[in-house]
Design a binder for this molecule. Structure first.
Ligand code: DGL
Length: 300
């Protein structure tokens, strides 16, 4: 039985889901988190559904059995597309939040009626995404672009410095890939016929926001899912009676005898199946967390 003080599990194929963890930590500051990056097996985007589904099941089991998570956020569009329905039916009591490219919210933002969507091949060719797109048929023109190799390049470049101001976007591996895919999508801008809204359908991509912004120009809106996912997680925890109160409030509860009275301050633990240095670099760079939050684990 999970307690309100149990951690929320968050997982991704690699460091991309740290963007979702950042939003979760901001929205739920009293909660503990255990994040798992399956970096030994990343990227998921070009692996195929059977593989991604098997990994998603193994990681869910590991986080539930070893870390007693009270809820799980699948901070990976690719894993959500491949496996969320099965995980939901295997663990009906586990509050579960998945991610999908935010193309519905993009409809409320676009003025030109042209919306770009970038994501992994796994996500964008999934039947789940196909159904979502079909449900919005006729409401906008969607320009859908799988970005093979981009998530992997972001993983590999996690410890590289930010590009120097004024340097050519194509000078780095991630920049060259962004350039190739953005150019393939057509014209971006706010004039009629141009793409004025770009949906980031992979949790890694916000970490190349600078490169994408340089390529599409200042008027284009980016839509990502960190904050809505954090709000949905809060709603689910509230509904399940599992939202954790601030530690001070609990300490003040004194002799009430609840299981949470003795709880420690919330903590964030970061686990990876791959090289710990990669996760440490992402944790430091994007969340300001120290290296000792991170460790390597085995999830067969
Ligand atoms: N970050 C992941 C997503 O949101 C997957 C990237 C990958 O492993 O290909 O889809």
């Amino acid at each position: 039985m999970p307690l309100t003080s149990s951690p929320i599990g968050v997982f991704d194929s690699g460091v991309g889901g740290l963007s979702v963890l950042r939003a979760l930590r901001a929205a739920l500051p009293h909660e503990s988190f255990v994040y798992l990056a399956d970096s030994a097996n990343a990227p998921y985007g070009e692996r195929g559904d059977a593989y991604v589904s098997a990994r998603t099941h193994a990681i869910t089991r590991y986080l539930r059995d070893q870390h007693h998570i009270k809820a799980l956020v699948v901070a990976c569009n690719t894993a959500t597309a491949a496996a969320i329905h099965e995980v939901r039916s295997s663990y009906p009591d586990l509050p579960l939040v998945g991610l999908e490219p935010a193309i519905k919210p993009a409809l409320a933002v676009t003025r030109t009626g042209r919306v770009g969507v970038i994501g992994t091949r796994g996500t964008l060719t999934s039947s789940k995404f196909g159904k979502l797109l079909a449900s919005l048929d006729g409401q906008a023109r969607f320009v859908v672009q799988p970005c093979d190799g981009l998530a992997h390049a972001i993983e590999r470049g996690v410890d590289l410095p930010d590009p120097a101001p004024g340097s050519a976007v194509g000078a780095t591996e991630t920049g060259a890939l962004c350039e190739r895919y953005i150019h393939a999508m057509g014209a971006f801008g706010t004039a009629p016929g141009q793409i004025d809204t770009l949906v980031l359908g992979c949790t890694h991509y916000i970490f190349v926001e600078h490169e994408l912004r340089t390529l599409v120009g200042p008027g284009v809106q980016f839509i990502e899912t960190g904050e809505p996912v954090a709000r949905q997680t809060r709603r689910l925890l509230e509904a399940a009676g599992l939202l954790r109160a601030p530690v001070q409030a609990l300490a003040g509860a004194g002799a009430s005898g609840t299981e949470d009275d003795a709880q420690d301050a919330p903590e964030t633990r970061l686990l990876t199946t791959g090289p710990v240095a990669m996760l440490q670099a992402g944790a430091r760079r994007w969340l300001g967390l120290p290296a000792d939050c991170c460790e390597t684990v085995s999830v067969p």
